[in-house]
Ligand binder design. Sequence first.
Ligand code: FMN
Length: 391
Amino acid sequence: MNNLKNILVGITSSIASYKIYELVRLYKKNGYNVKVVVTENALNFVSTLVLETLSENEVYYSQFSPRNNVQHINLVEWADIFVVAPISANTLSKCAQGIADNLLSSIFCAYLSTKKPILMAPAMNKNMWNNPFIQENIKKLKNQNVDFVDPEDGFLACGDVGCGRLAKIELIFEKTLKNLFQNKINNGKKVIVTLGGTKESIDSVRCISNFSSGKMGKSLCKWAYRMGFDVLAISAVELENVPYKSINVNSADEMLEAIKNNDFDVLIMAAAVCDFKVKNKSEKKIIKENMQHEFALEFVKNQDVVKKIAQNKRQNQKIVGFCLADEDCVAQAKNKLKNKNLDYIVANEVKIALNTDENKVTIIEKSGKIINMELDTKDNIARKILEVVCD
Ligand SMILES: Cc1cc2nc3c(=O)[nH]c(=O)nc-3n(C[C@H](O)[C@H](O)[C@H](O)COP(=O)(O)O)c2cc1C
């Protein structure tokens, strides 16, 4: 497992600078070490006291420190990634030209040669953003493998409406981890993850479903994205502000159709697909007043989505099933692995896995190899599953 942990955050002078408090907090909450370097101009917008408290480290802003005159070099060595957010038009242009006239730009100047990842999140007025010199400088930086989280369209602090607003903090966070963990070999490989509990209509407004939250699937999507895969989530739960592609579906039939319409190298079926659908469903809303006190719904079995897809899978495609059961889940999972022609199956128990943040799983391979995992966060388990499956 790749354990890159040290994030160097650069903050320049922009009205959006205060948002980086939240980014630093998010990195720390997820177990990363954070050091912050700010431009002297940025000190008009952010407080070193707040940043030191949140990062639990000294905040650097002076090029010339009597105690340590080579701190720009030490910080370059320390960091696994350099994230400059927000990056001003001024600093962005200096970086593109190799100008090193303060601590932050000196760090960039040295950092670029290390080939370690750099991520920039610009924020500026729309006219600054549209300035051809700025766009030219962005191209130059991209040519040197600097990655960007582009600003958004919307209301800008100056009152204008247009492109220039700092990207969402969650997006900057996800792109940071992608830059840390992506494996170039995975680029272009397609991973489909299905997630959430599907819904089957009773009438035009009511449905039956299950208690699946989609958390395991969301963790799988996040980690597949971070590892550099081309991720498509086929989801029965709402997904907001995610950096990967997603399709929303309701029923098992819709989920099957969506998978059929999209190619994949790896399919991970983390969704809790309803096994039954209502046979006598009503096209219109059932009116309560017209109903007896008691009435019955009839059900028919749904198509087995993963089995259907696995019947026609190509040799180089991998399919991962999930098996959720109250007891004997490993035995049940072994049967499913065989009967459904899967490459892997992940066995988990209802009382630990359903609608929780943690899980305890057993991964069973077609070859018969069994990997028992300890109770862990769904994020860590997702990472491990992907490492096993995409090895
Ligand atoms: C209130 C205010 C807000 C500003 N917001 C931005 C901004 O969002 N983006 C930007 O590029 N410049 C912005 N500027 C201009 C920069 O602060 C200015 O170009 C500065 O020289 C950049 O310094 P630095 O790159 O060393 O941090 C703003 C200036 C002021 C006074």
